[in-house]
Design a protein around this ligand. Structure first.
Ligand SMILES: [Ca+2]
Ligand SMILES: [Ca+2]
Ligand SMILES: [Ca+2]
Ligand SMILES: [Ca+2]
Length: 199
């Protein structure tokens, strides 16, 4: 059992309430320093309304910021899609194209590419092809999961590869087999969790 790390609740940690952020309908959250001021901000993925940016004042208090898009978002990840050094956003959207939002460097986002037209509930960013830019994997419901390859400037192209068709709900990218490339794990509604090794 050398490979297991045990988590314990014996360590006392207290998190006093500091107020609410967002409203009902949020399905997922991203964490990133969107305006590069040194503190971590929050980005919501909202199933029932517009996604929102919540800016940290540096003390853990959040002020609502920009509104991004419409309802139907399930998950958001904050990769630097256009490789310009700031944090962009990639949304998994059910029933429409997955949406990129590009950061101007000050935390103001502009709608970028809309990718595909799948029932996507999960998304993760990773360098699938090892060329130094961040690509995307999407977990799709009732459709195969997909890989979207980045040209380095933030334009993504469907790789054409289909990864299973097991009603996936989420996907996580990491080096499963420790061979230095990034693999995928998909959580599936009607099948076992599936590992996809990068070949
Ligand atoms: Ca910040
Ligand atoms: Ca960027
Ligand atoms: Ca890449
Ligand atoms: Ca690997």
């Amino acid at each position: 059992m050398d490979n297991f790390v045990n988590f314990s609740d014996a360590v006392s940690a207290s998190f006093p309430p500091t107020g609410h952020v967002a409203t009902a309908g949020d399905c997922g959250w991203g964490i990133a320093d969107v305006e590069a001021d040194g503190d971590l901000d929050l980005v919501s993925a909202d199933g029932g309304g517009a996604n929102r940016i919540w800016l940290n004042d540096g003390t853990g208090q959040f002020v609502v910021g920009q509104s991004l898009g419409n309802a139907g978002s399930w998950t958001v990840v904050p990769p630097d899609i256009d490789s310009d050094g700031d944090t962009d956003l990639a949304y998994a959207i059910d029933g429409g194209g997955n949406q990129i939002w590009l950061n101007d460097g000050n935390g103001v986002f502009t709608a970028g590419q809309s990718m595909g037209n799948h029932s996507t509930t999960g998304i993760d960013a990773f360098d699938a092809d090892g060329d130094g830019d961040l690509d995307l994997a999407t977990a799709n419901y009732q459709q195969p999961n997909r890989i979207w390859l980045n040209d380095g400037a933030g334009t993504l192209t469907d790789s054409g590869q289909s990864l299973g068709n097991s009603d996936s709900w989420s996907v996580a990218a990491f080096d499963v087999d420790a061979d230095s490339d990034i693999d995928l794990v998909a959580a599936n509604l009607v099948d076992s969790i599936r590992v996809w090794l990068n070949g």
